[in-house]
Design a protein. Structure first.
Lengths: 477, 294
């Protein structure tokens, strides 16, 4: 069941009605309804993996209790490691086993030996990376005494499997979500209205921007070796907007849906393409994952304490792990590495927190400089996305090489029977809308909201891609 | 909650009004467009008289040169459409009858397209703007599973077939941006091919009785149209040319012209002639089946 499917359009109103009209008076009923809805939502992909989800929930729940009740540090540590190992073990088997086995065989082969690895025919359980990290954050917080272990299994299960965030985040924290699940939610008109606006804007991002860009980006990346420089530049730009529209659109729908149930989720995107440097970009892109790595990996590793070499090491670890989290492919590792390299000068010059303030543009030299920084950061990001999107690192390198060496900048006619630059106007309009509304969650609320809502609905109907259906990219992670 | 439900009702009403307005706009644009595709040309034309009409896929669109027939005194148009299957050809013929066309001879390509009874989604979508205004199209597609949605939900058909009749095509139609499909009386010549052709593989092709072809035969019989069903050339490197023998076992009336042009210099790809090949092939067909009027 996808957020942009008819199935979800029927499912959501049913859950909404049950939640407020049947379960509205008690928190227990509300949570039961949400958890049943969440399990149904998850089983629509593959009901067999429901057992994995329930097992992971049970494991974290029991481990948390054990950690809390442990009288010695070694016992606490033992339970923490049992839980972390099993959780990461599942993730490793389902997501990374085949990658490591085949990579090992290739390595052995390069030394002149032969190895026939046993590869497993496994389907990656949808959302496993997200709910595993959910559970890990909870366990680690318990271990460090940041929170108390949750006694109520239903409440805890809902924290792990709450359907708006179950398959592609945002990766929630127990400190933020669990307290909301412990109280009876009261219906708030304003919050629900905001939720609807966010859902509609999320759909615009997904079906209008991301899926339109995907048609062009796919054609360019699949035939990059016959494209000219201009098309290859556009390919990278279109993919940048595809992945942004896809993932931030998904996050908007998730946040909006959750608001309908009176629950706030963590913000995941904050207009990242208007960042002035790569550090700012990473504070605004997939915020829940970046902050997860910061809090549960970077800081425990020592963070920005210690000498520069130590900080550089920690930064590279974070970016490499972050890249690898996305998938079992060296292209993701390369993507992480490139971002680490982008980050390096900022770190060495102590400039990584230079751009944390808000800014406006005017007719002055500072604005020109800001605009230049934004464009530079976006261009660097696009180059990194080429690695993320390409099938292999070699493909990515050849793509970039051709982009810089071809020197032809005419608009090409593609196999998809469209010209390479046909989409540019739509992307430009989208950027202007986002720029003008960058201090809000979505552009619909405020003055003329009905007019803006009708324009968004018209855009979804008239400009959306429906015949070439595309799943959300982050579902595969 | 009451306020929110009212908000939702208003939102749904807004969505409905938006969809109705878009539907009216798109349909109005397509109804006045007659130069973007052979289907909109056909829908917006009436009372045409043709001695010869060609129907089929790209193997008609790129193979038959109406000029040769026209010069010999036969008023001719090539209605072949790339990717079209016999299902769409049958509907086009029905539309011609609906638009009061007078046709003496119909030359129909029946070769690779009787390997399947399937339809072409890309070509089917081009009929959809006229679903509400053409009884023929409505009746033809009445057994589609999503027929009711296509007909009764405003703008659904434009969303369902957005790749072909979505905003992009509507915009080009609105500004009257012409395509080249109607040039040369519907014939679209192809460029020369590579020195060495990549062989087409027909080893998985099996001719079957075809619903579209049966429909075309019935329409022709009812409307006194002389139907000439024939095969069109494939390069000699084609794997399993025996396929053409099997065609005649299923439909003995089909005329064999797949060897009419065989030199590789006449081919753009193994299944498509270049411009010179098309001229040669059209001449062969004309000389075999027609005599000059003047």
């Amino acid at each position: 069941m996808f957020f942009n499917s008819l199935h979800f359009a029927i499912f959501l109103p049913i859950v909404f009605i049950l939640y407020w009209f049947v379960g509205g008076k008690s928190k227990i009923n509300q949570n039961y309804i949400l958890i049943l809805a969440s399990y149904y939502f998850y089983s629509c992909w593959d009901w067999r993996f429901l057992f994995l989800l329930v097992f992971s929930t049970l494991l974290d729940y029991v481990s948390a209790m054990k950690i809390e009740k442990s009288e010695t540090t070694s016992q606490r540590k033992m339970w923490l490691w049992v839980c972390v190992t099993i959780n990461l073990g599942f993730l490793g088997v389902f997501k990374y086993y085949n990658f490591f086995a085949s990579s090992f065989a290739e390595l052995v082969h390069s030394f002149g030996f032969t190895a026939s690895p046993i590869l497993l025919k496994l389907i990656l359980p949808v959302g496993i990376s997200f709910y595993t990290f959910h559970g890990l954050s909870y366990i680690i917080d318990i271990y460090y005494n940041r929170i108390k272990a949750e006694k109520n299994f239903v409440d805890y299960s809902l924290f792990v499997s709450y359907f708006p965030l179950l398959v592609a985040g945002p990766i929630e924290r127990a400190t933020h979500l669990l307290p909301q699940l412990k109280v009876n939610r009261k219906f708030e008109f304003q919050k629900a209205k905001e939720g609807i606006y966010q859902i509609v804007w999320g759909l615009v991002k997904k079906v209008v921007i991301a899926d339109s860009c995907a048609i062009y980006a796919n054609d360019i990346f699949n035939h990059y070796n016959s494209m000219n420089s201009w098309s290859l530049i556009l390919g990278a730009v279109y993919f940048a907007f595809q992945i942004y529209g896809d993932f931030s659109g998904y996050s908007d729908i998730a946040l909006g849906t959750s608001k309908l149930f009176g629950i706030d989720l963590l913000r995941n995107f904050n207009y990242p393409y208007f960042s002035r440097d790569i550090a700012e970009f990473w504070r605004k892109w997939h915020i829940s994952l970046s902050s997860w790595f910061r809090d549960y990996l970077y800081i425990p590793l020592g963070g920005s304490k210690g000498n520069k070499l130590f900080q550089v090491r920690n930064t590279f670890i974070i970016f490499l792990v972050s890249g690898f989290w996305h998938g079992a492919n060296f292209t993701y590792v390369a993507w992480g590495l490139i971002n680490a390299l982008y980050f390096l000068p900022l770190l060495l010059l102590n400039q990584n927190r230079k751009n944390v303030d808000d800014f406006t543009l005017g007719f002055n030299f500072d604005s020109v400089r800001t605009l230049f920084s934004i464009l530079t950061t976006f261009s660097l990001t696009c180059i990194a996305w080429i690695f993320f999107r390409s099938k292999t690192i070699t493909d990515a390198i050849l793509y970039i090489k051709r982009m810089f060496e071809n020197h032809k900048f005419n608009s090409e006619y593609f196999r998809i029977e469209r010209y390479s630059n046909e989409l540019l106007a739509l992307v430009l309009v989208f950027v202007i809308i986002e720029w003008n509304n960058r201090h809000k969650l979505e552009p619909i609320s405020g003055k003329w909201s009905w007019v803006k809502l009708s324009l968004c609905l018209a855009a979804i109907a008239a400009l959306g891609v429906f015949s070439d259906y595309k799943e959300f990219i982050y579902f595969q992670f | 909650m009451k306020k929110f439900l009212l908000f939702l009702v208003k939102g749904c009403a807004l969505l409905l009004v938006t969809l109705v307005l878009l539907d009216v706009l798109y349909t109005a644009v397509y109804l006045q467009s007659d130069s973007r595709s052979k289907i909109d040309y056909l829908y917006n034309s009436k009372d045409k008289n043709y001695d010869v009409v060609f129907l089929g896929s790209s193997r008609v669109n790129n193979h038959f040169v109406p000029e040769i027939f026209n010069k010999a005194g036969y008023k001719t148009f090539n209605f072949g459409i790339t990717r079209s299957r016999l299902d769409e050809s049958a509907l086009m013929l029905q539309m011609m009858v609906e638009r009061n066309y007078k046709i003496k001879h119909l030359i129909l390509q029946v070769d690779l397209n009787i390997n399947t009874n399937d339809h072409s989604e890309a070509i089917r979508s081009l009929f959809m703007p006229y679903l509400q205004t053409s009884k023929t199209i409505r009746e033809y597609y009445s057994d589609l599973p999503e027929y009711n949605q296509l007909l009764y939900i405003p703008f659904y058909r434009y969303m369902h077939y957005d790749a072909r009749i979505g905003f992009r095509e509507m915009y080009y139609s609105a500004i009257h941006k012409k395509t080249n499909v109607l040039e040369n009386d519907g014939f679209h010549p192809l460029l020369n091919g590579p020195d060495k052709l990549v062989p087409a593989d027909l080893s998985k092709y099996y001719p079957k009785r075809n619903k579209g072809y049966e429909t075309i035969k019935a329409i022709c019989k009812k409307n006194n149209i002389h139907l000439i069903a024939l095969t069109t050339p494939m390069c000699m490197e084609t794997i399993n040319r025996d396929y053409f023998n099997h065609i005649q076992k299923v439909y003995p009336e089909i005329l064999r012209f797949e060897n009419a042009v065989s030199d590789d210099k006449y081919f753009s790809t193994c299944g498509h002639l270049n411009k010179d090949g098309a001229i040669e092939y059209t001449k062969v067909v004309f000389n075999a089946l027609f005599k000059p009027k003047k």
